[in-house]
Design a protein around this ligand. Structure first.
Ligand code: OGA
Ligand code: NI
Length: 381
């Protein structure tokens, strides 16, 4: 492959951009992107017997005047699905359009311009095409741009693309508005747990102490979408994710309670909100951090913006005492900081959901920490 970059920046082998593979591979994708048969997506849709069912995650109107009603709807979604689409959320459609356009503009630039921001596994910040540093490890059909937003000491506009020229200002504006929405959703989630509106945010360290980062995903067209995934199945390790997906290409699939993969049918300009592992821990598994994955398309590329809203990273987190009541509801998880939790994520890349978060009903009280579990593996944040 002639389009190899960045082999010396901490990666075990030269990094190949999926965009370049997509442009040059013809009708057959390279072996490295081909998933095991059991992991391959079923793309036939609703008609396929036993295949993926078209259904949808709950949609919640964030502008309902009755706060208790909103909290009930959000809580039901977080308990059953770990996911919902927030509509009438107050972030202006024009800003959503500009944010998508700016980032599409970045990925539309010539390779040389993009490579100026090539990332390394030391921080993952910048333009990337893989997670995990195992040589010869599996690859997903997607490139991304990863950047830090909070705490302010980690935000560095120099590490954000300088072109298109609207990108930095637009991303800054997007950050402010989506963080405000995130804090609002936290209040609603907190009320939905029967707690004070501010309780969950306090458990995150309080306003101004949270962490936040963003992963802009770009999934190029793929000649064999039935063999690969844009992002393999994973749960999000952080607090909560605010996902803005493409307005016309589907791709996100969520595992439902019956273990079926449900293809999300996005409501235009909605935010897809999902519970991450840290809220599962804090809520003592009342709210679920659910596995999801991304399929790709032969016809069109797809862009998504995932803003990860996280607890303060050095704060020990454990199930909130109000939600612990032994012997019926013992604390299902030990106390751990988010820094400790994500220690090995950056090396291992991703697959599935950490074992001790999988089945809260059967989990042992105070299971061992994710970092010591051999199957623990989630997305780098
Ligand atoms: C993620 C993710 C989904 C998507 O970045 O963690 O799950 O639709 N993205 O791109
Ligand atoms: Ni995710």
């Amino acid at each position: 492959m002639s389009n190899c970059f960045n082999g010396g920046a901490g990666w075990p082998e030269p990094v190949v951009r999926v965009q370049a593979v997509s442009d040059s591979c013809g009708a057959t994708i390279p072996e490295r992107y081909v998933k095991a048969p059991s992991d391959r997506p079923s793309l036939q849709g609703a008609a396929a017997p036993g295949g993926v069912v078209m259904n949808n995650i709950p949609v919640v109107d964030m502008s309902m005047p009755n706060a208790d009603e909103t909290a009930r709807a959000v809580a039901a979604a977080c308990r059953e699905w770990g996911f919902f689409q927030a509509v009438n959320h107050g972030v202006r459609p024009d800003l959503l359009r500009r944010a998508r356009a700016a980032w599409r503009g970045f990925f539309a630039q010539p390779a040389e311009a993009r490579e100026r921001y090539a990332n390394s596994p030391a921080t993952y910040e910048g333009y990337g095409s893989r997670l995990g540093t195992a040589k010869g490890g599996p690859l997903d059909w997607g490139d991304y741009y990863f950047l830090h937003l909070l705490p302010p000491s980690l935000e560095s506009h120099d590490k954000w693309p300088s072109l298109p020229h609207t990108l930095r200002d637009t991303t800054e504006e997007y950050k402010e508005e989506v963080l405000e929405l995130s804090r609002r959703v936290m209040r609603v989630m907190s009320r939905g747990l029967g707690l004070d509106d501010g309780r969950l945010l306090a458990a995150f360290g309080g306003e101004g102490s949270e962490g936040a980062c963003m992963r802009v995903n770009f999934y190029p067209r793929c000649p064999q979408p039935e063999l690969t995934l844009g992002v393999a199945a994973h749960s999000d390790p952080g607090g909560m994710t605010m996902l803005l997906v493409d307005d016309h290409v589907k791709g996100l699939q969520v595992r439902n309670a019956d273990n079926q993969w449900i293809t999300v049918d996005p409501v235009p300009n909605a935010f897809i909100v999902n519970v991450g592992d840290q809220i599962q821990v804090l809520s003592n598994a009342v709210y679920k951090s659910v596995e999801h994955r991304v399929t790709v398309s032969a016809a069109e590329d797809r862009l998504s913006l995932a803003l990860f809203y996280n607890p303060r990273s050095d704060l020990p987190l454990a199930p909130m005492p109000e939600l612990v009541a032994p012997p019926d509801r013992p604390a299902l998880y030990p106390s751990m900081t988010f820094d400790e939790y994500r220690v090995d994520i950056r090396q291992r890349g991703l697959s599935g959901k950490p074992a001790q978060l999988r089945s809260p009903q059967t989990a042992t009280t105070c299971a061992p920490p994710a970092s010591s579990s051999s199957s623990a593996s989630t997305l780098a944040r």
